[in-house]
Ligand binder design. Structure first.
Ligand SMILES: CCCCCCCC(=O)CC(=O)SCCNC(=O)CCNC(=O)[C@H](O)C(C)(C)COP(=O)(O)OP(=O)(O)OC[C@H]1O[C@@H](n2cnc3c(N)ncnc32)[C@H](O)[C@@H]1OP(=O)(O)O
Ligand SMILES: NC(=O)C1=CN([C@@H]2O[C@H](COP(=O)(O)OP(=O)(O)OC[C@H]3O[C@@H](n4cnc5c(N)ncnc54)[C@H](O)[C@@H]3O)[C@@H](O)[C@H]2O)C=CC1
Length: 725
């Protein structure tokens, strides 16, 4: 709601809808009523709009997204009503003014903000555009380049930047409300025409058309198939070409296109999914509502390789003092150098820089080879080589050295948490914290509980995720956990497609056109082909431990492709060696070009194994890669490894570059329709009966049989029917 109060000459309208004063229909109605009351009262000379509890407003009530048309339609007229008021209206912005909240503020004649406030038009991140005339008012206020940047990225900007851009008239460090009332009193009687943004011309940019063309190319490049940024752009372009009223009409048309695109629904699902996974639960009954985290005052990271470096950087950025440990001085020096390089770079991006991070202070970041220095830490993250014997040795040592309450975390990407925990005297405090590379950049933290992991340990790992500004997702223990387990059949299909006649660039292109940031072959080259090779050797799938006489393309009765092993045997580890599935300009190079050697090698390989080549179209590439990944997701859900499809989707969006505008793999499956996913898997598994990843999971079959229920109902079928699966 909104509370109306009249002080002296200034009426106060306070938006009130906890927790973030979202603009529900009731709030908008109350705002409109307040404005009309103020207008009708001759003793009121000015109006001040603010929000309850130190927050202006986070915008339209996204819990009311089921009726977006009505909500979107209601907001614009209220903003116009504010602007057309004959009495000056001042917005007092504290906390956040986002989306519709900022559009309300743009309708006001003056804006004053607290120095700690943040502003933005994040609609684009929900698949929409600022549909309450924001795309027309903002460019008039702060100019086209800055408005385009804010509207097409949805970024939140601090009040200090808003002041520089002219988005607010003043910022204050003390009482924003009092300052806004003072300002309102001061401007009583001053002409309002110049303060009405709809009447202002859009400031000119030299060579506007060329600027816009360049901006559009950039927006398209970054959007990778997501519609909203481009339509946001078009709405702003309309502001540069047409009078205000025509621009508003165009904004409305474009808003409708987005509403019906399906992408808005996917992005809104992703927004809620990210919040839903915070409320974690395990089949054993532990949950976020009853478990309390332990404080982490000091931490340690063991192993400063690819992952450890990023993890250290992430902890330093979160202001957690830590010890960084390596196996010997040579690796320590290498690791220290790499960490310092990352931290210097991060510091340059921050206000206050190195001083704020304080990473040269040994009390905050200490490098060592001495395990004794881990005696008093509250949490250790192990990131040594992916080798069970080594991890067990380290955990055994840790359980003897670390204080009894310390949490012992492993960054393993696939190994059994219970086996690692068995080497300790405190299996309840052992947990998987699976970071993604680069660990200081990627948002995902997969948190894996073992059989004995305590609720406190899970809650502490989740709290750590929040402190590191990451999304923690709690999952159960199985080989590869959720993310990598779903990735295995996807990558396997990609390689099988090469055997059958496709090319790395064709497979990558199909998946990148779908919206992935990077296709499976480019991704393997980036991560290093030797990593998987080592793991396959450890599993006895290749290398000296492979029994003599094993067929080249079969393992344990299933289809197997030795192609990645053969590449490694040729010294092709990917970017690090300058060649892998692609050719690079040099070792460590980044520019992938198709390699004639590889194409020739593939063709010889097919001849050797008598494989008939055929043309494989984009549809088959997508279906085989994506549906096998999704199929594994259904198996994971049926086994109780994750509490719901949202978990899988949040993992894929934040850890694997799945296009957010498609809502994650399980949401995508729900939009394709489960009967169709099932039919396609059945077709492909008939053609490839020796590929288990293509055989439809029992849970998928069940859901298709019960009539393709909506995603939010899937898990209820599992609990009722799991015995029959
Ligand atoms: C189909 C379209 C229908 C609309 C049609 C017109 C659309 C428009 O043209 C204009 C719009 O305003 S669209 C909405 C634009 N606003 C946003 O995207 C802000 C989203 N919220 C945030 O960024 C953070 O929550 C924020 C920065 C505010 C706070 O972050 P925190 O990390 O501190 O806290 P959270 O855990 O994220 O949030 C706390 C609780 O508040 C709920 N919430 C957040 N924003 C909301 C919003 N705009 N409406 C309703 N509830 C909202 C959030 O879900 C969470 O609740 P619980 O999960 O129950 O705790
Ligand atoms: N590289 C990646 O993309 C990802 C790797 N992981 C996992 O993270 C872990 C580390 O992987 P990377 O960083 O890629 O490996 P890496 O080979 O780059 O680094 C491992 C580091 O551990 C150090 N180390 C080995 N034994 C040690 C000991 N006894 N004491 C202290 N330090 C020791 C090594 O000197 C090396 O610097 C593995 O379990 C891996 O599976 C998880 C997610 C992604």
């Amino acid at each position: 709601m909104a509370q109306y109060a009249r002080g002296s000459a200034v009426a106060v309208i306070r938006l009130r809808n906890p927790p973030v004063n979202a603009l529900s229909r009731a709030v908008l109605q109350a705002l409109e009523d307040g404005l009309k009351k103020a207008d009708a009262d001759p003793s009121v000379k000015a109006v001040m709009i603010c929000g309850e509890n130190g927050k202006f407003s986070a915008g339209a009530d996204i819990r009311g997204f089921s009726a977006p048309k009505r909500l979107g339609g209601a907001l614009g007229p209220v903003v116009s009503l504010i602007e057309s008021s004959e009495k000056p209206v001042v917005a007092a912005i504290e906390g956040v003014a986002l989306g519709g909240g900022l559009e309300v503020a743009l309708g006001c004649h003056y804006r004053i903000a607290h120095v700690k406030a943040r502003m933005g038009l994040p609609e684009v991140t929900l698949g929409l555009l600022p549909g309450a005339e924001g795309t027309q008012r903002l460019p008039r206020l702060i100019g086209v380049p800055a408005a385009l940047d804010m509207i097409t990225t949805g970024k939140h900007i601090p009040a200090t930047e808003a002041l520089k851009l002219g988005l607010v008239d003043e910022i204050v460090e003390e009482n924003t409300i009092e300052a806004a009332i003072r300002l309102a009193n001061k401007v009583i009687g001053q002409p309002l025409g110049p303060r009405r943004l709809s009447l202002k011309p859009v400031p000119k940019v030299p060579n506007m058309e060329a600027f816009l063309d360049e901006a559009l190319a950039k927006v398209k490049r970054q959007a990778r198939g997501c519609l909203a940024p481009e339509l946001c752009f078009q709405a702003v372009r309309a502001a540069t070409q047409s009078p205000f009223a025509d621009g508003v009409r165009r904004e409305r048309e474009l808003f409708q296109v987005l509403l019906s695109s399906g992408q808005a629904q996917a992005l809104q699902y992703a927004f809620f999914a990210e919040r839903a996974v915070r409320r974690w639960a395990t089949p054993g009954g532990a949950s976020w509502s009853s478990a309390a985290p332990q404080p982490v005052r000091r931490a340690a990271v063991i192993g400063l390789g690819t992952m450890g470096r990023g993890i250290v950087t992430s902890l330093v950025k979160a202001n957690i003092p830590l010890v960084a440990l390596e196996q010997d001085l040579e690796n320590l020096n290498k690791g220290r150098k790499a960490v310092m390089f990352l931290l210097e770079r991060e510091a340059m991006k921050m206000e206050g820089g190195a001083q704020v991070l304080d990473f040269h202070n040994p009390a905050r970041l200490q490098f060592t080879v001495d395990f004794d220095l881990l005696r008093d830490v509250d949490l250790v993250i192990e990131a040594v080589f992916e080798n069970m014997a080594l991890k067990k040795e380290i955990f055994h040592k840790l359980s003897k050295i670390c204080k009894p309450g310390a949490l012992l975390c492993t960054n393993t990407s696939a190994l059994n948490i219970d086996e690692i925990a068995s080497a300790t005297n405190r299996p309840q405090q052992v947990i998987g914290t699976h970071f993604f590379s680069p660990a200081h950049v990627m948002r995902l933290l997969e948190i894996i509980y073992g059989r004995h992991t305590s609720p406190t340990a899970i809650a502490t790992a989740m709290q750590l995720a929040t402190a590191l500004k990451k999304v923690g997702v709690v999952v159960g223990n199985c080989f590869g956990f959720v993310g990598n387990r779903m990735m295995f059949p996807y990558v396997q299909q990609a390689v099988f497609l090469l055997e059958e006649g496709s090319r790395p660039d064709a497979v990558d292109q199909a998946l990148e056109d779908f919206g992935f940031k990077i296709g499976p072959f480019r991704m393997s080259d980036l991560a290093g082909l030797d990593v998987g090779w080592r793991s396959r050797k450890d599993q006895g799938l290749t290398g000296p431990s492979l029994p003599a006489g094993t067929p080249a393309r079969q393992r344990r009765g299933q289809r197997y492709s030795p192609l990645p092993d053969l590449l490694c045997e040729h010294g092709r580890f990917g970017q690090k060696t300058g060649k892998g599935w692609y050719l690079y300009e040099k070792a460590g190079g980044r520019t992938a070009t198709p390699d004639p050697w590889l194409l020739n090698f593939l063709s010889q390989y097919r001849d050797t194994h008598g494989i008939q080549t055929r043309f494989i179209d984009q549809e088959e590439i997508l279906e085989r890669c994506l549906f096998s990944l999704i199929n594994e997701g259904f198996a994971i859900l049926a086994e109780g490894i994750a509490s719901g499809p949202e978990h899988l989707d949040v993992i894929y969006i934040n850890g694997y570059g799945w296009p957010k505008h498609r809502g994650g793999p399980m949401f995508y499956a729900s939009t394709v329709g489960l009967p169709r996913v099932l039919a396609k898997l059945q077709k492909y598994s008939e053609a490839h009966p020796d590929v288990p990843g293509l055989q439809p999971s029992a849970f998928l079959k069940k859901l298709a049989a019960v009539g393709n229920p909506p995603l939010k109902e899937w898990m209820s079928y599992l609990s009722q029917q799991s015995s029959k699966l």
